[in-house]
Ligand binder design. Sequence first.
Ligand code: UD1
Length: 417
Amino acid sequence: MESLLIKGLSPLKGSVGISGSKNAVLPIMAATVLCSDEVILSGVPDLEDIKVMAQVLKILGAKVKKEKDVLIIDSSSVNAIELPDAMTRKMRASNLVMGPLLGRFHHAKVAYPGGCAIGSRPVNLHLKGFCDLGFDVKAKYGFMEGKGRPWGGKEILLDTPSVGATENIMMAASLVSGETVIRNAAREPEIIDLQNFLNRMGAKIRGAGLDTIYVEGVKKLGKAEYRIIPDRIEAGTFIAAAAISNGDVLIENVVLEYIRPVISKFREMGVNITESKYGLRVTGNRPYKPVDIKTIPHPGYPTDMQAQMMALLTTVAGTSIVVETIFENRFMHVQELRRMGAEIALEGRAAIIKGKEKLEGAIVDATDLRAGAALIIAALFAEGVTQINNIYHIERGYENIHLKLESLGADIKRALL
Ligand code: UD1
């Protein structure tokens, strides 16, 4: 089992570069299925989830090559429309190929994705979207299957602004004739990146970043080169790491506009963040003030930064309240943080945190990606050594995190125990 061993209490100092966004690159990789030509993506991080999506594309018949941070995908040879259960179980986001397969081949059969550690995560909105687009959709024998050659404009209203459903519908609609209007669409930066990429391939989409997206179907999508946006959640995680260790860190390669909701909460606590053309400089400024947080779809506070922020708040004197409204079971980090001495009470979807002056190193488990990141942050403040197990969860979404932290002066080792 691979683990991280972190000895706390060294302030982080120096600069760190943020990698390309995992949540932007996954749908963009899926979208290459729409194109019967070669696509070149740069700024692609080296992550387990990206490898799984590459495997998904290969199963469908695509040729995929990776050279450093460049991914070359040739989807001209895609000849399968079915994705087996083994792949959707490995990574939920592999269901994002359903929209592209429907758009290009008018037929897709994708194994039903299960729930995961943070919640049941249904796909009803994806299916309803395909149905409203005019596809004949069935969910049977463990598969979601769609067929048909819809035409004419359609209006789709999402009950909740689901990121994945918005992406899947945008991708399918880009090759469906007529104008599709998606209302109550997700507004996350990754949706804007997907729109920009699809348009680079020749799609006609506008509105991403707002709650109504207009997709004018085109006949064909062609070759494209595209650079992925930096990962706003990785940037937020490094802000939390710099703040908890009372460090001085320059975070390079960030799109400020995309991480404003996160920056604004850190500033409310009293973390010093200055913006420049070089990036974000975070300087520790203890004592911080307690704050209340409620996760809300973008541009609200992101659920993907909830656990990391909670780790920081466990070290801030006073009471902070964190309410998770997006996923029903996203407090798995609480029991692990308690092992390190944190005082957190759970009441339904709220966590009530009483900040402590110190945390203690302990043996803890990374139960999911962001929960694991939260444990790293807590470990940077803990007395003694923290051993974080099951770090494959963390490495699904953070590129070289131990090397990046080590370069900032953290006492961290990756070990096979
Ligand atoms: C994406 C992100 C994930 C992030 C989440 C919310 C990727 C690969 N993953 O996940 O990191 O935490 O957005 O910002 O980009 N829902 C339904 N029915 C559906 C779809 C979703 O009820 O058909 C619910 C979910 O259970 C959840 C909420 O909607 O409660 C938001 O989910 P969604 O925005 O779809 O998240 P993902 O796209 O799965």
